[in-house]
Design a protein around this ligand. Structure first.
Ligand code: OGA
Ligand code: NI
Length: 309
């Protein structure tokens, strides 16, 4: 298994390892979120996805500006219709709760309550992870979270991968890095699907009981001036088993300026990226929809003025 199993209590020394030795993707245990709540959350989101299509139809939308929606990821293929991935995703905000709770599913009946409870716990875990990442960079504990700004964009994405008759012909989720700062993923127990690139090869991240997958996103790579990397990952399907995952994203809001943190720039480490507003990053992200995205590369100083994708 490629993912380094990092107990929460020893995450800090792990994060300050020299570059190259740090885990790119970690599974954290001893994370403080009650096991029983994780199980309830996984069961609830699975129940939602298993509702009859007529009931889910009200949430289907291809409009990415909709706050709450079910949609399909797809790839653009030249001179052909878009190719849909073998999955369905449900996207919604996760905080502040009062702003959107009326838009959430009423069915299963416990959905809103369980989600609210779960979101609170993930908020606390995020704070701890950001503080460890800041310390790993030799910065003040609250540095990263301050740089990510007020009113962060907090969205959740449930991913539903039904069994697939010919898994070798398709993917559940195409290769990508997360465009946000930090992602905490809960995945179905006992079903593999998530893969990361290691030494040019795809390797499975087998689910570890009671662990979260922690993914560093593009904004951490930029803020850390490349000291932390956002890892390329994808999801594959399988013939027999249904797999569900729930990703909780934390990212800056559109107005926030992002760029390499000053303390991390010196003669030996010149800035790799130019500063940008998150809105600009998202525009580039949307522009590259349906392709193998190279979004942060567009903000690399050495690429200025060159087309990257
Ligand atoms: C994502 C993601 C992987 C998974 O939602 O960004 O990478 O395990 N999910 O489903
Ligand atoms: Ni992802």
């Amino acid at each position: 298994m490629v993912s380094d199993l990092v107990p929460m209590s020893s995450l800090s020394p792990n994060l300050i390892l020299p570059e190259g030795l740090r885990p790119k993707l970690s599974q954290v245990i001893n994370h403080g979120v009650p096991e029983e709540l994780c199980t309830r959350m996984m069961n609830t989101i699975t129940e939602f996805f298993n509702l009859p299509p007529e009931e889910k139809a009200q949430f289907f939308s291809t409009d990415p500006t909709k706050e709450v929606r079910i949609f399909n990821f797809y790839l653009k293929v030249k001179d052909q219709e878009n190719v849909k991935m073998w999955s369905e995703s449900f996207s919604q905000p996760w905080h502040p709760h009062d702003n959107f709770s009326d838009l959430l599913p009423k069915n299963p009946p416990q959905y809103r309550e369980v989600f609210g409870e779960y979101a609170k716990e993930i908020g606390k875990l995020n704070n701890r992870l950001f503080s460890l990442i800041s310390q790993g960079l030799g910065l003040e504990e609250d540095c990263i979270q301050k740089k990510l700004g007020d009113n962060p964009k907090l969205r959740a994405q449930g991913n539903y991968y039904p069994p697939c008759p010919e898994p070798e012909l398709t993917l559940g989720l195409a290769v990508h890095t997360d465009p946000n700062a930090l992602t905490v993923v809960l995945q179905s127990e006992g079903v593999t699907g998530l893969q990361v690139i290691k030494d040019g090869k795809w390797v499975s991240v087998d689910p570890v009981p009671n662990a979260f997958v922690v993914n560093l996103g593009d904004q951490i790579q930029v803020l850390s001036n490349g000291r932390y990397k956002s890892v390329h990952h994808r999801a594959v399907t399988n013939k027999e088993k249904l797999r569900v995952s729930l990703a909780m994203f934390y990212g800056p809001n559109k107005e926030t300026w992002i760029g390499p943190i000053e303390e991390l720039i010196d003669e030996e480490h010149p800035p790799v990226y130019r500063r940008y507003r998150q809105a600009e990053f998202l525009e580039e992200f949307m522009r590259q929809e349906g392709t193998r995205r190279m979004v942060k590369e567009a903000f690399e100083i050495r690429n200025q003025g060159k087309p990257v994708n």
